[in-house]
Design a protein around this ligand. Structure first.
Ligand code: NAD
Length: 337
């Protein structure tokens, strides 16, 4: 059993903890939180030992009726692997804590790539993380792009990727984010930082990205143009993408015309929190012209990195090869719509 500690129990952390708990070869050693809010109460109900992320705040937990198992240092000492899901920038501050206990750590995409020995996407570069002490699971958008680039690169070779990312303004619970009524080029600089982030997984890839932010919380949508190294047909690309376990090629006739219906579909299917771990890629949008490929995909920012974190745990723990890990994660979570 790999004992996994989760530091930072918010949007990503709580999902990672549940995904870890579902694995036959892992258990949740505990979760560390800064405050005894509603998520802390849920964690306790789920049976996850609770640790105070900030030792001085430990009394707040007992005041709120939550018994804590200790402070975060004790969790780090006890865990085989730590998943850091704290807000951007805090992970880097926590790095020395994990190192001081020789506990391998997995960071999230909000951190700079320099936080870890390698950036990670299970489909693309699992082996780079094998036995590493520090790994960064790339952001939701980079994960979504990498899952498409990897098979295209292997099958046809990629000359250049151009992607426009229509980004949700914030997650549903982030009521301080926006825009509420606007369409923002964001970041306004072109190309955006997303392309360089994809290059942390594919160093030789030619990629330019542009971003916008819109008043939505549900998902991101990507418009992709990929120039391949050989002529392709849309049917061939579709077959290739259909075979990828973390890409759901949306069939015609489903009426899934946008992120709203995709989220409804996930909720109807009984997915926890309505999560969509897979890239949702519209089959009808796959179009080719010579070596140029075009497509649209939607990315559920709150959940697509969750299976990647689970695989990253197995990679750092040297517990399974890529194929075995991905298959086990997919099966236990129920990935594949
Ligand atoms: P979040 O704000 O929802 O959750 C972070 C949690 O960490 C909160 O509960 C916060 O109270 C807690 N926290 C703050 N300081 C802490 C500390 N010092 N120690 C322990 N816990 C602390 O954030 P999130 O959306 O889950 O993002 C976490 C990371 O995942 C970031 O790097 C982010 O960029 C990345 N990420 C987020 C998304 C997304 O869309 N939400 C997608 C992919 C990656």
């Amino acid at each position: 059993m790999i004992r996994v500690g989760v530091n930072g129990y918010g949007t990503i952390g709580k999902r990672v903890a549940d995904a870890v708990a579902a694995q036959p070869d892992m258990e949740v050693a505990g979760v560390a939180k800064t405050q005894p809010n509603f998520e802390a109460h849920t964690a306790v109900e789920r049976g996850y030992p609770m640790y105070a992320a900030i030792p001085e705040r430990a009394p707040l937990f007992s005041d709120a009726g939550i018994e804590i198992a200790g402070v975060v240092d004790e969790l780090v000492a006890d865990a085989d692997v730590m998943v850091d899901a704290t807000p951007s920038g805090i992970g880097a501050e926590n790095r020395s804590l994990y190192a001081s206990y020789d506990t391998p750590a997995i960071f999230q995409g909000g951190e700079d790539a320099t936080v870890a020995e390698t950036s990670f996407n299970a489909r693309s570069n699992y082996d780079d993380a094998y036995g590493a002490d520090t790994v960064r699971v790339v952001s939701c958008n980079t994960t979504g792009l990498s899952r498409v680039v990897a098979p295209l690169e292997e099958e046809y070779g990629v000359e250049k990727v151009r992607a426009t990312l229509v980004r949700r303004g914030g997650d549903p619970s982030q009521n301080s984010r926006g825009p509420i009524n606007d369409i923002l080029p964001n970041p306004i600089e072109i190309p955006s930082h997303h392309g360089p982030d994809v290059k942390t997984i594919f160093p030789d890839l030619e990629i330019d990205t542009m971003g916008l932010k819109v008043p939505a919380t549900l998902m991101h949508v990507h418009a992709l143009n990929v120039t391949l190294e050989s002529d392709v047909t849309a049917a061939h690309v579709r077959q290739l993408l259909d075979k990828q376990t973390r890409i759901y090629v949306i069939p015609e006739g489903m009426g899934l015309d946008g992120a709203g219906k995709l989220k409804d579909f996930a909720l109807d299917a009984g997915r926890p929190r309505g999560d969509l771990w897979e890239n949702c890629l519209w089959g009808e949008s796959i179009a080719t012209e010579g070596r140029d490929l075009y497509l649209f995909q939607a990315i559920h920012q709150e959940s697509d990195v969750v299976p990647e974190n689970v695989d990253a745990v197995r990679a750092v723990a040297e517990a399974a090869d890529a194929e075995t890990s991905i298959e086990r994660t997919n099966e236990t979570l129920g990935i594949g719509l």
